[in-house]
Ligand binder design. Structure first.
Ligand SMILES: Cc1cc2nc3c(=O)[nH]c(=O)nc-3n(C[C@H](O)[C@H](O)[C@H](O)COP(=O)(O)OP(=O)(O)OC[C@H]3O[C@@H](n4cnc5c(N)ncnc54)[C@H](O)[C@@H]3O)c2cc1C
Length: 379
């Protein structure tokens, strides 16, 4: 995201430069040269993620609007890194909202500085809460913690010393059977195995793995919340709205792509139904609404929750539409593997399919309408 702050090129971490400007500068200087390699999956940008942490990108959770603006600034250059930024920010979001003082004392500082990297394995739980699939992790209480087993098919921003937040269900036959527990999983645990995924359409440089838990011990100071459901209700709007940062950055770059080819192709591109100005207007609307809702991420009214879901749905759809328009404006030059227009299109589909995916968001809205005419469901 561009800001009106005066530029001082030599002072990346200077106090008088806004967080967003610092993140934006770092993204332009460090991500631009490697965005193609990240897209191809030959680089997982660990050092850039740590540098972004040092610049404050993972420590702005007192005001989620700053966090989102930071993710958008990264997303203007690289959608995959914007997704990793979201992963890292969810990890911090879970930790700062946890009521477990031992967990916070152990992890808050390292996660928000980027010394500890990681993400979130909430796709399966989020789908299970809305009746789409069963919870894949099961756990039982033991002295000093829990023992967890099961597997998650995709978790991103991982590596051998990374951590991520996820949820298991207490096994049948145990005390509190059926309860959900949210915890931090440690990839360094010998009973936690990471298996690389098959190549994706995009996002291959995002450190995405299948994760298997073979009776992994989770000590009490890695428990984010037990029971998990009130906690999930508290963090869910922030979890979803931070994803809008991915959309805002991507759409902004799609507008730039369209404007970039205007001098040479205006005479024919003006016949296309969607022009950059259309997306500038749409972007401004999405951004204004995101910032309005992100000002109060713990609001509990149903009306607020519906607005969050609806906005996230529109952000995914607008990403795909903007990237599609950018492709059509570029024509053959955007069809080159070296051009970022086609990368943007592939990244845009990810915004629309990462949990909560377009289809899940539509189901959530439909369920919510039905429930609020009577009944209850969801976390
Ligand atoms: C690049 C990438 C990164 C991701 N990173 C994360 C992450 O960090 N954290 C996280 O929690 N989730 C992650 N996911 C999962 C993602 O958020 C979605 O849950 C996933 O894309 C499926 O969503 P869906 O709505 O299409 O699910 P659905 O349509 O409901 O179907 C998904 C289910 O179908 C089955 N399935 C279908 N195809 C396959 C396949 N090829 N291999 C295995 N199972 C299959 C699985 O049971 C899966 O749960 C990632 C996915 C991708 C592609």
């Amino acid at each position: 995201m561009t800001t009106s702050v005066l530029r001082k090129p030599d002072t990346i971490a200077s106090d008088d430069v806004s967080l967003v400007e610092r993140v934006s500068r770092l993204s332009r200087s460090e991500l631009t040269p490697i965005a193609h390699a990240i897209d191809e999956g030959t680089i997982y940008p660990e050092q850039v993620l740590r540098n972004l942490g040092a610049a404050g990108a993972w420590s702005a959770h007192a005001d989620l609007r700053d966090t989102i603006a930071g993710i958008a600034a990264i997303g203007e250059t690289c959608g995959a890194t914007a997704f990793m930024a979201w992963c890292q920010n969810t990890l911090v979001w879970y930790i700062v909202n946890s009521a477990n003082p031992a967990l916070k004392a152990r992890f808050a500082r390292s996660a928000s500085s980027g010394a500890l990297l990681g993400g979130t394995g909430l796709s399966n739980p989020m789908k299970s809460f809305f009746g789409i699939e069963q919870l894949k992790l099961k756990g039982r209480r033991v002295e000093g913690g829990y023992v967890v087993r099961g597997a998650l098919p995709w978790v991103s921003n991982l590596g051998p010393d990374h951590m991520f937040g996820t949820i298991f269900e207490v096994e049948a036959g145990e005390t509190a059977a059926g309860d959900k527990v949210m915890f931090l999983a440690d990839c360094a645990d010998a009973n936690v195995t990471l298996t690389p995924c098959k190549p994706f359409l995009a996002m291959d440089g995002t450190g995405t793995y299948a994760v298997q838990f073979r009776d992994a011990f989770i000590p009490d100071d890695q428990v984010l919340a037990a029971p998990a459901m009130p906690f999930v209700k508290n963090i869910r709007a922030g979890f979803i709205m931070m994803q809008n940062g991915m959309a805002l950055g991507l759409i902004r770059d799609c507008v730039a792509i369209m404007q970039g080819v205007r001098p040479s192709l205006e005479h024919v591109n003006r016949f296309l139904p969607q022009q950059p100005e259309d997306f500038t207007t749409l972007l401004a609307e999405l951004e204004a609404e995101t910032m309005e809702l992100a000002a109060t991420p713990h609001e509990s009214s149903n009306d607020y929750w519906r607005r969050v879901i609806d906005l996230r749905l529109r952000a995914g759809e607008a990403s795909v539409a903007a990237a599609n328009a950018a492709m059509l404006h570029c024509g053959a030059r955007g069809y080159l593997r070296s051009h970022r227009a086609q990368r943007r299109l592939r990244e845009a589909y990810f915004v629309a399919i990462v949990t909560p995916a377009t289809k899940q968001l539509r189901k959530m809205l439909a369920d919510n309408t039905r429930e609020h005419q009577g009944g209850q469901s969801g976390p």
